[in-house]
Design a protein around this ligand. Structure first.
Ligand code: BGC
Ligand code: ZN
Length: 367
């Protein structure tokens, strides 16, 4: 049981029933704070299906930055705060009597979205919901993972092999990319034969929200790709030199680039947009030319948000392959660890100001 006292939740139960969490007050800018909340129990999930997970690491990204800036996000009904964090990695600590999929000791990453009511939600593709209201842990109407423990249904917990534990915090960002690419290939079946020859990824962090030219260029070279900075050469020029691009994945968080990408996309190409942009930026675009290029070139642009369990499972496979193909490479993406939930301010400062950051994450507990 908890009481609210001067804006803080003061648990009246014994100490082991309370835990720390990093939260914000949605709608008010710069309210990130540490609070004490009740520790969740497996019984909270009906039918004996609860899984208690001890959180080990949680990544942060541009969405967290926007939520703290009050540009995005909402608190769960009945609460005036939102526990942040949607990029989780943890270890199962206890399971309810009807859980057969997971056992204590298993490493897991949690999916972010929870089902609504549309037909897509009913077939476990909640990432494709047509409901106006969507539920996302750590983002919209559901508490997140920047805390010591969470409880969830095994449907939303994806097992990560122990050999990937050091990079398990990359699971959620990976799932978003997996979905984007899978969508592109699914759409391109329209072409009967599609042999993409060149791809461009716009954005150079895990989802392209921060820039780190030097570190990134080396890392990108190491996997046989080419890094170019739009500070030195525009996308249009890059496309002239290295394109045309059959597939473009846009993840910079800078929406004007979407229109430049549409303009340079190859004939029969596909543009996948994954940037979540909560602002209200406006730009002027060469509308006739973009439209003409799309029509005459049979081009496709597709938006892709979130990811369901299927894409997390693809993520496990691809992270495993990456680790085998380029041992140690993935760990180099984990540039900025911040130890302990109590260092929430440092976590946010690192996210907003660190030079060369690819992945900023909180080490909630030792691996
Ligand atoms: C998360 C997605 C989420 C999206 C929109 C992103 O930062 O990675 O899971 O669907 O924000 O809220
Ligand atoms: Zn994220």
């Amino acid at each position: 049981m908890t009481q609210t006292l001067a804006g803080l939740d003061v648990a009246t139960d014994s100490k082991d029933k309370r835990m720390k969490a990093i939260a914000v007050t949605p709608g008010k800018p710069n309210t990130i704070h540490l609070r004490e909340v009740a520790k969740p129990r497996t019984e909270e999930v009906p039918g004996g299906r609860g899984v208690l997970v001890k959180i080990l690491r949680v990544g942060v990204d541009g969405t967290d930055k926007e939520i703290n800036a009050a540009e995005y996000g909402a608190a769960p009904p009945g609460d005036d705060y939102l526990i942040l964090g949607h990029e989780s990695f943890g270890r199962v600590e206890a399971v309810g009597p009807s859980v057969t999929e997971l056992k204590p000791g298993d490493f897991v990453a949690a999916t972010v979205r929870r089902p609504g009511l549309s037909i897509y939600d009913q077939i476990s593709t909640y990432d494709m919901t047509t409901d106006d209201t969507y539920f996302e842990r750590g983002i919209n109407l559901r508490h997140g993972f920047l805390t010591e423990y969470i409880v969830d249904d095994p449907e939303y917990l994806v097992r990560v092999p122990e050999g990937l534990r050091h990079v398990g915090v990359l699971m959620e960002p990976t799932s978003v990319v997996e979905k984007g690419i899978a969508q592109a290939y699914e759409i391109q079946r329209r072409l009967r034969v599609w042999r993409p020859r060149r791809a461009a990824v716009l954005g150079a962090s895990t989802l392209g929200l921060t820039k780190a030219p030097y570190l990134n260029s080396t890392l990108i070279d190491q996997v046989g790709a080419r890094y170019v900075s739009t500070e030195e050469i525009s996308l249009t020029e890059a496309s002239r030199q290295f394109g045309p691009f059959d597939i473009i994945l846009e993840g910079t968080g800078f929406s004007p680039l979407v229109f430049e990408a549409m303009d340079v996309l190859a004939k029969n190409g596909v543009l996948v947009m994954v940037s979540v942009t909560g602002g209200s930026r406006k730009v002027e675009v060469p509308a006739d030319r973009i439209n003409l290029g799309f029509v005459l070139g049979n081009k496709v642009a597709v938006g892709s948000v979130n990811a369901n369990r299927e894409y997390f499972e693809m993520g496990v496979k691809d992270l495993s392959t990456a680790e085998l193909a380029y041992p140690g490479w993935l760990s180099k993406l984990l540039t900025h660890p911040v130890k302990g939930l109590e260092n929430y301010q440092e976590l946010l400062n690192t996210l907003t100001t660190a030079k060369g950051a690819i992945k900023v994450y909180c080490e909630v507990a030792p691996l």
